[in-house]
Write a protein that binds this ligand. Structure first.
Ligand SMILES: [Mg+2]
Length: 233
């Protein structure tokens, strides 16, 4: 992180989930391929689980997308797979950060919202699994299905919706993400942009990224304790 980080103006945070609040591990990628196969079988398409799994593995290897071969084969819309696929995901194979709940607890007045390109159900399960669900109003946690599948880099809807849900002015909010392109629109809107480091990201900080941290806990621990004093006086 930069040495001159002043985050004392931040009163609310919009979080990404995958690779921001926890790290996507090879075990979770295995679970994704199995989830895709189970979802397609449960949706009633004429294929065995074993064959669907083989095709989702091939699809991930060829296209880096577990759904592509199966959705092409059966003409399934990606939006129709979104909820069934995430419902099958196994949150127990994720590796969570044991220090995250105490980092959240040390900023009791911070308001939190979460927007994921995954489903809302997956986000709520993961927040519970990570031990930080109590810091979020469940209504301020949204999935891609809640904003008509408009991605964060495509429109301001995700950011606007999350700001509204926590009643926060853009200039008092931070947006924390592991992919820099999802921070372009929040930056234009006046939010403080936080990049949680990921191997896919450029070493040189793009101009639309204000600060970079190794992980979510480091970011939380770098926030000023000023908000804890707001009750005083
Ligand atoms: Mg992410």
């Amino acid at each position: 992180m930069d040495t001159m980080t002043d985050l004392s103006h931040i009163e609310g945070i919009i979080w990404d989930l995958d690779d921001t609040l926890y790290t996507v591990t090879p075990a979770l990628k295995t679970s994704m391929r199995e989830s895709m196969a189970r979802a397609v079988v449960k949706m009633g398409y004429d294929i065995s689980f074993e064959e669907a799994l083989r095709l989702s593995e091939e699809s991930q290897e060829k296209y880096r997308l577990t759904f592509k071969i199966l959705s092409d084969m059966f003409d399934i819309q990606k939006t129709d797979l979104h909820i069934p696929f995430h419902a099958e995901m196994d949150h127990t194979v994720t590796t969570i950060c044991p220090d995250l709940p105490s980092a959240f607890a040390s900023h009791p007045h911070m308001k939190h919202s979460l927007m994921t390109h995954a489903s809302r159900d997956w986000a709520l399960r993961m927040l519970d699994h990570m031990g930080i669900a109590d810091f979020f109003d469940p209504k301020a946690v949204i999935g891609l299905e809640d904003i008509d599948y408009e991605h964060k880099h495509e429109s301001d809807r995700a950011t606007k919706t999350c700001l509204d849900l926590i009643g926060m002015d853009a200039h008092k909010a931070a947006f924390a993400e592991d992919r820099d392109w999802n921070l372009t629109i929040p930056h234009e809107m006046g939010l403080t942009t936080i990049l949680i480091d990921h191997p896919s990201q450029p070493r040189e900080l793009p101009t639309h990224v204000h600060h970079r941290f190794d992980n979510a806990t480091h970011f939380m621990n770098s926030l000023s304790s000023a908000e804890t004093l707001k009750d005083v006086g």
